[in-house]
Design a protein around this ligand. Structure first.
Ligand SMILES: *Cc1c(COP(=O)(O)O)cnc(C)c1O
Length: 231
């Protein structure tokens, strides 16, 4: 099995190649290392090998790691489905929430962020494949969710996130990524601070190169860095 440092180098090379194909500046694309179910010593190894952003799906598991990881300069992103009753913990532990998908959640995050005296940057999650099993607002309701979240004092919408249908051929995922980029462009046209709307969180281990070609600024990669997770 290859080391995490080797995996990071390989993923970075693939990111650079995808940027070159798309004529993009590699500095525009950030790697979110998805560390759900990865033990702390492997995460620490990854941090020492240069990982800067860690993505977690489960609040309780993540907070234990956030408290225990003794590596400087790490930013934590929440990327899982979020229940409103966990909003307080997320506000206390995370730098960016990728998965705001409904008003009730946004309202609770805003309340907790104000209590905590901070501004919380968020992304709005869109269910681009209209899959029953997946969270996310529909494309049609995105505009209204955006208006609402923008009206909340302690939240700042920084962009959009999606978890598209899993398709074996990453090329077949391309239209979903492109759709998310178009949705962001439409929001920018209506927004009062379009310069805040910069982020597109899309692409995972098996399709991040296509996502980068379609404009991703945050790719969420787990398996390609840490190996397969226990099921
Ligand atoms: C687990 C997960 C990932 C990472 O998936 P890999 O295929 O292991 O790269 C990315 N995004 C979300 C939302 C996830 O839950």
């Amino acid at each position: 099995m290859s080391s995490i440092a080797e995996n990071i180098a390989a993923v970075k090379r693939r990111m650079a190649d995808a940027c070159a194909r798309a004529g993009r500046n590699p500095a525009e694309v950030k790697l979110v290392a998805v560390s759900k179910m990865v033990p702390l010593d492997r995460i620490a190894e990854g941090a020492r090998a240069g990982l800067k952003i860690l993505g977690e799906n489960y609040v309780q598991e993540a907070l234990e790691k956030i408290r225990a990881l003794d590596e400087p300069g790490i930013s934590w992103h929440f990327i899982g489905h979020l229940q409103s009753n966990k909003a307080k913990m997320v506000v206390e532990g995370f730098d960016l929430v990728h998965t705001v998908d409904r008003r009730s959640l946004a309202k609770e995050l805003d309340r907790r962020a104000r209590q905590h005296g901070r501004i919380l940057p968020v992304l709005l999650q869109v269910n681009v494949g209209q899959e029953e099993t997946k969270s996310g607002t529909s494309s049609e309701e995105l505009g209204s969710l955006f208006q609402y979240v923008s009206s909340l004092d302690a939240l700042r919408v920084r962009g959009l996130m999606t978890l598209p249908p899993f398709l074996d051929d990453p090329q077949e995922v391309r239209p979903y990524f492109r759709h998310l980029r178009h949705l962001l462009e439409q929001l920018r046209e209506k927004a009062s601070s379009p310069e805040d709307l910069t982020e597109l969180s899309m692409g995972m281990s098996h399709d991040f190169e296509v996502a980068i070609e379609e404009g991703a600024t945050l790719i969420r990669v787990g398996t390609a860095l840490f190996g397969s997770r226990p099921t």
